[in-house]
Each structure stands twice: as structure tokens, then as C-alpha cells.
Design a protein around this ligand. Sequence first.
Ligand code: PAF
Length: 282
Amino acid sequence: MERLRTPAAMRAWADARRAEGARIGLVPTMGYLHDGHVSLVRVARGAGSEAVAATIFVNPTQFGPGEDFEKYPRDEARDLAMLDAAGVDAVYLPGVRDMYPEGHQTHVEVRTVSQGMCGAARPGHFRGVATVVAKLFLAAKPHVAVFGEKDCQQLAVIRAMTRDLDFGIEIVGAPIVREEDGLAMSSRNAYLSGDDRIAARCLSRGLFRAKELFGKGERDAGALVAAAGAAIEGEPRAKTEYAEGRDPVTLAPLSGRVDAVTILVAAKVGPTRLIDNITLGK
Ligand code: PAF
């Protein structure tokens, strides 16, 4: 597995793979990898990638003031071992100054789909995500890029950016990978202490309850969202940030009778902010 630390080195690797006629798959991450990330590598291969590059970069521009940029968990040696074992061909590990040199002044802003939910709770977050992902795309020149469906709004932002800026890259969403008790895998789960870890199940519990109701014929978006939200409200260690029903394709707000809906939830469990979602009827 090659280790690349600058945009120039990443571009040279991508140019060499393209010259060989290889289809490049990209798996962008912020590191502190778990099985969910490893599944993204498998999905990249399944999408026909002949050369897979992963990136590890904790992107400062997507963290707001007072968020966890400094304490975001990092373990480069462990991440490299996991990516190597997963069969990744190259890993791109730029430094902050490589990505944002002195005088950096250009950003990518995806308007509508960045609004509400995580966009409301974390002003500037999706601008930082779109900007860094555009830079990763330009350096790694992938044919296909894979992102986890857990970050559902992020995936919609990246799809819109890729379309609007004519990147010509296939964006693939990979299914959420869950712990045995239902908790969606996330690098931030490392913050959860014993009681908070147990309490954190309330997010997936609510989503699974909504799924059960949907299976029994409930089609009212408000009732399904309320069922998901109630599980979080009923957990004393958790504080709901949002519970919303959105169109699974456009993420436009939905109400009334629905044939398909994505329910997205965010909550703080103790000091840890968690998100999760489920799509029903698709
Ligand atoms: O989902 C993540 O890990 C990050 O938001 C991403 C897409 C790698 C951009 O920094």
C-alpha cells in the first residue's frame, strides 16, 4: 500500500493508474477506522474499482468553534494496518497545510440540501465537507467514490456537488454498519462511556420502532417520526437535536401520507453528538 502525503503525490498516483487504464475507487475518511469504513472499501471493489485509494484527513474546516476537532480520535498506525489488510492500494494522508496552504480562500457551498438538520446544528459544516471532498476528488481523480449512508445529508450534499460541478464521478452510498445492539458504527462512538454507550442505543431503537410501525401499515410521516423521536425523548441521558422525515432521494421535508421516507435523527448522549437514519419503503 502506497502512502501519499501531498496533493502532487496523490495526483501522480492517480495519473499512473489512469494511464494503465485502471478504474479508480476512492474511500474518503477522517480516520480512526472501524468495520463500517472497511465495508466502504469492499463496496468500492464491488463497484468495479481496480485501484482503491483511501484518504485519512481530519478536516478542520468542517468543525465549528467548540466542536471536537482537536480531540477527534486519531490512530494512524492502526488505520494503516486496517487499510492494508482491507486490500487498499494507496492511502492519502495530507497535512492541514497541504490541504489549506497560507492564503487559501476558495470554498464550495451546496445551498439547499445543506440547510436544516445537521446544517442548522453545525453552521459551515457542509461547506467544509464539500470543499474538502472537492479537493480530494481533484487530487485522487476517482471514477467512483464511496460514502457511508449513515451521513445521509452529507451524501446528498456530495451527490449534488458532484452533479453541479460536473465531476463525472459515480457516487455510491454504502449501507450503515451497526454494532450487535443496533448502534450505528461511528468513530465518535469512542467517546461513549459505559452508561452513555448503553443509552446511545435509543437512536437506533427509535428508528427500528418506526420500521416496525411501517411494516404494520403506518404511512403517516409525522407518526413514524414521532415514534423514532419518542425513543430518544424517553432516554434521560439523551437530548434530541432533530428527528425528521425526508424524501429518500431529494431529502426534501415530507409530511402526511408517504410511500417512502428517510427518518433522520440526531441527539447528544452525554457530551457526544450522534446521528442515525433509516429509509422505509424503498
Ligand atoms: O464522512 C467523513 O468521514 C468526512 O466528512 C469526509 C467525507 C471524509 C470529509 O472530511
